[in-house]
Each structure stands twice: as C-alpha cells, then as structure tokens.
Design a protein around this ligand. Sequence first.
Ligand code: ATP
Length: 765
Amino acid sequence: MTDDSSAPRDESESASTATPVIADATTAEGVFDIPSCMPAEALYNCDILTPEEYNAATNTGAQLIQLVSEMLRTVDESIRESENKGENLLSMNEGLSLSVPADYQVATEVPPERPIIQLAVKHAPEQYCGLPSELADDSQRSSSSNSAASFRGFPDKFPESIRETLPPEADPFAIREGMTLAWKDVNLTVKGRGKILDRRILQNVWGEVPKKETTAIMGSSGAGKTSLMNVLSGRTASGGNVQVKANITLDNVPADPTKIGVRQMIAFVAQDDSLQVTATPREAIRFSAKLRLGRSLTDDQLDIMTQCMLHELGLVACADTIVGGPLIKGISGGERKRTSVGVELVVKPAMLFLDEPTSGLDSFSAVQLCQLLKKVARVGASVMFTIHQPSSRIFREFDQLILLNKGRVMYQGPVSTIADYFGARGHPCPRNYNPADWIMKVAQKVPIQELEEAGFFPKDERKATVTNEVDTSELLILRNQSIPQAKEKPPTMTTEISMLVWRELVHIRRAKSVTVARIIQTIVLASVIGLIFFDVGNAPNDSVSNLQGHFGAIIMVATIIMMGPAQAALLSFPDERPVFLREYSTKHYSVSSYFLSRLSIEAMMGALQSLLTTLICYFAIDFRGSFINYYGACFTLAMGSTAIAVILGAAAGSSSKIATAALPLVLLPQMLFVGYFVSPELIPVWLRWIQYICPMTYATRILLVAEFQTCEESFLSQIYCQSLLDNTGADPDEVLWYWCILIGQFVVFRLIALAILHKSAQRFY
Ligand SMILES: Nc1ncnc2c1ncn2[C@@H]1O[C@H](COP(=O)(O)OP(=O)(O)OP(=O)(O)O)[C@@H](O)[C@H]1O
C-alpha cells in the first residue's frame, strides 16, 4: 500500500468513480470501489488521463489490471469465435460492427496502447446504446476501413464519419463567430422595507466571457452566481424592490440584455429545466433544431444532427423516454439537464450560459459535459456557467474563473494562475488538494477583511469598455442593430404553428389521463343535465313550470359549455409559461405562432366538448331548434369563454392559482344577465350594460329564439313564449346580429389576450 497518508487527500474525490479511481487504485480502499462502478466508466476515465498518469496508476493498481485484462479476454474470445466462423468482425451490440486487426493479441496486462482499452470500453454492453439501423449501416461501412485504433471517445460516441456528412449549418460543432461579453460595475441591490436594510447582492462586479473559452463562476451558496448570470442574460432587471445597474458590452458594443433582441443571442440553460414534460429528449432537441435553424436543412439532416447531439450528451439510452415532470415520471434529473443543454447546443450558439449544468450529474457525466462545453467554446462560442464543487479533473477543464464572495469578485482570470494568485496572498493550495475545494475553503473560512488585506478582490484594470454607467431600469444602450442576428431564413409561420400543434397533440395523447378526465367530465355533466331536464323541450309551454324547465335547460347547457373548455384553456398559459418564455426568448417561434397554435388546439377540444354536450343534451332534452344552430351557438360560446380564460391566463403570468380563482368570478355572473333569474329590465341601469359584453347573453338569445319563436298554437303557450322572449330581450329579427356580436366578442377577446401575451413575453421577471 503506497498511500501518502501524510498529505491531505482530495476529499471530494475520494469516493468518486471518475479520475480518482486510478489514484485510489493504489489503496486497498479504492480498489474495492472499482468493480462497483460501471467498468466502462472507470475505463473511460482511464482514457481521459494522460498516458503518464495512466501508466503510473497501472503499475500499482493490481486489481484494475485484472479488471481490464478480463474485459480484454472477453473481447478476444468474441474475436476468436468470429474468426472460427471465418469472420474478421467483432459484432457489437445493436448491429454496429468493428473490424479488428488480424494479428490481435490477448493482453495479459494493461497495455499502453489506449485504443485497445477503448475497444474494451466499446464492448461494455451496459454503456453501449446502439444506433438506429440506418446509421449502423453507415458506421459499419466506415469502421470496416479502419482499425480498432480509430475508435476513440465516449462509449456511445457518434461516428465522426456520419457527422462529417452534415453541412456546416447542421453541424452542432461547426466553427462559428463568437462574441465577447464584458461587464463592469454590475450592482444588484434588494431594497429593504421598514427596519430591514438594503441588501447588496452584487457589488461592482466586473469580468468578461471571452470567445473560444469556457468561464466558470464559482462561489459559495448565496455568493451571487445565479444573480450575476441572470443580470447578464437579461433575466433580472430593476423593478419592485430590486435595483440593477450594469454596464454590459457585446464585442465592445453597449448592449442591454433585457431587450429581447440581445437576449435572443444568448443561449441560456437555467437551473430549473423548462422542457415540455411529455416530449422526449430526441423530440425536444429536434424541435429546437427544426425551428431555430431555418429552412435549409432536410429532415434527414435534422435526424442525424439530433442523433449526433444525443450521442454527444450520452442520451441515446433515454432518447425516446419522456422528459417528465413533478407529476409524470420521466428521465432522470441529470438526463433532463443534459437535454436542456442539447436543446441549446444544437443551434450552434455564439454565447452559451448555463446555470449549474453539472448539478445532478454523476462525476463521469459531469466531466463528459464539461468537455463538451469546452469543445463548443473551441469552435468559437463564449461559454459561461456557474458550478458548485467541481472535482480537480473538471476544474482543470475551465479556461477562466470568476470567484465570487458575498457578491464581490474575489478572483477573475485564467484558472492556470489561480494557484499562484492564492499562494502569493498567503493561501497556497496544499499538495494533492483539489484547488477548487481549496479556494472555496479560503473564500468561506477567511474573514473578508483579512482577504482584503491579503490583496484579494482585485480592481478592474481592464481598459474601460463603457465610459458612463447606465441604469438598466431606464433605456440602456441599444445598438442591437449592429449586432448580427443568427437566423437568416426563419421557418415560415405555418411551420411554426404546425410544429407547435403537433407537439401539443402528442402531449394530449401522452397525457391521456387528463384528456380522458376532461371527456368523462363533459359526458357526465351533460348526462346529468340531460336526465334532470329529460324531455322538457317536448312539454307544451302553456304553464309556468314547463316554461321554466325549458328555459332552465337552455341556461344549464350554456353554463357547462361556457365553463368546461374555458377551464382547460385557462391553465394552459400559466402551465406552459416557463417553456413558452424560454422558447420565445431563444427564437423558436413568434408570439403569434404560439397563440394561433393554442387557438387551434382549443378550437379542436372546444369543438369536441361542445359536440359531446350538445349530442347528449339536444336529444335527451328534446330541444326544438335545429341541431346545427344549437351546436353552432354552443361552440361559438365555448370559444368566446375560452378567449376570456386566455386573457386571464396570459395576465396571471405564472400564477395559475390567481387565474383559477378569477375565472368563476368572470364567467358565472354572466348567468345573471340572461334574464332567467331576473329580467334585464329590472337590473339597475348602471349595471345593465354588462349584459352587452357577455358572450352568454347572445348565445342564449340565439337559443331562446330557436326554442320559443315557434310555440304551440295554444293561446297560453303563445303568450308565455312571447313574454319570455320580451323579458329576456331576445328578438327574432336580431338573430343575425347576435351571431355577429358573439363571433366579434371572440375575436376581440382573443386579440386582447394576444396583446397581453406579447407584452408579458418581453420580460422574464
Ligand atoms: N430578487 C431577490 N430578492 C431578494 N433576495 C434575492 C433576490 N435575488 C437574489 N437574492 C439573494 O441574493 C443571494 C444570492 O443569490 P443567488 O441565487 O445569486 O446565489 P447563488 O450564488 O447562485 O447561490 P446557490 O449556489 O445557492 O444557487 C441569495 O441570498 C438570495 O436570497
């Protein structure tokens, strides 16, 4: 046992299955960890070490050698079997084949040639997720011309040869023109109330995210990492008790990220993933690519690109499982996070911000993701992310680091110089200690004053990029025109709407229970009303009770028609708001496309619910008017009331509870103005106007005219019917107007909802 017990160990890594596997292989403790982790993970992590580290480790890691040798022996047996059958192919899982050199030898100890290790990794069935048959064919072709040495990278790495067939606009790793985001004097203050003092969350924060580099923001919990990220990406601005001041430039052009034009240039992966719960990772990534990459790509190219992204993110195994959410079980939290990353990466962003992208990921996936982000940076993007407790392996991957301490910049600069920086200020990182843990320990344990005296918290000594401080609450800088816009040939509005409608239909199909509950509710309510008012339409209208029953049936049917579809429409906006805001702010589609897609879905569901209700009630109650007239009035009423619900839903923002509470307040009082409980003539004059803005008024008048215009011939019936029409204000000569007003109300309410939605979509906060 060669454990250097005198040296402080890297605490965060001791139990890890990633890089430290090698280091721990020198100890009895660590050796037992190896078989318990995924062999492919351990081997993969061997692969990412330098050859020197690797050889040093294998000299001492006896059990690791045994493990690798066993895997190689398995591979070798497979080869022998193939050779006995006259084949020279090692058949891999799911149809991917790999050619193996004829002079292949069994390795009895860990070979220094890394490709052989990778071959073993590829062979690990737990990790190998397979390719669809059409891609497998291609990869077979390409691999047959290569030796085993050509296999490098992740267990489910996408074949390079296929990726290379993609045009640059479809290649998620194509070279792009990045942008440098720089900022200074960023201040965020939460104003206190009463005895509570103001709180400075960010204090004169400065820094930059250079293109082609990865910048990590670190700091203890509450240091202001997310707040800084939100200010820089326009997700926080002055308002209420929050005051934000910042000078921000994009390639030296002053820019206000709260403006949608600037925000749309920053791909942002938030801490809480806002993905469509019933979409799969494959669908989510393809949806993003299809809507954001314009019209130049074919469906095949989109498919390959999506598959490539799934491979890069290690999502192949769960590519067709739904994302899920709080109420529906889906993929894991880490997979969800990686899906969110894929959704943004697929459009080759020039700037990519991620809030804690590695949280919820195991150490292997975290390394994998950091390397991917580095790859994105190297092709031109500026990548910035917040991160908690990175392992030393991950820490070494960053280019730049911003260390925040209580809202102030404690360090800002290259990761490579941080050890010297801390050393020069009296806090050298101990040997074998994870530098990330060390700097966090110093930041948390040493008092601020002592740190200041030691020379931490450097001043911004860069050449000033913006001379005057500008308040983001007023109009900040807007020279967006000079900043190039990403999407050149956006998809047509029809494509946007059809993609959104399709996604919603898939959602309805997958969230079956909700749809089924809605339909059952409609059928049960309609049946109850049909039974209670059974055949009352057929009864002569020559008595008050018959007349009352007949009129009551119309009111009840109109009421359930008004409430049912509206309830579902009401919740759709608050529920979908996070997804809508993310997608709108990242240029997936326009507000109008989203709005029209929602309208199409509501029209479909409204038509179905109205049809079920009218079919049951019309025949059970035996209404006298024509079925078409009856169904038309009910459907138009349903659409009018959904339009009101949409206004409430759009205005309520993310608060579905407020919208739910407000809906009955707006819809139910409409029953009071149709003349059933009280004649409109008896309502106080200053309240009487309300009847004219209620869709229910006009829908009921259409139905009343249809039911009572042609009454039985008896004198009493004629008198009763006529007086009912008079009392309710239903005039047979005005029916055409009633239709026009009902449809007009629907259009006006919808336009109001669109305006509200458009306004609320401009702001995240
Ligand atoms: N709008 C706000 N109102 C009140 N307090 C706020 C507001 N925004 C941020 N804060 C406070 O500012 C501090 C920094 O929050 P922030 O989310 O930026 O921290 P963080 O470094 O990202 O922490 P963590 O790593 O735990 O996510 C926290 O104490 C938070 O409560």
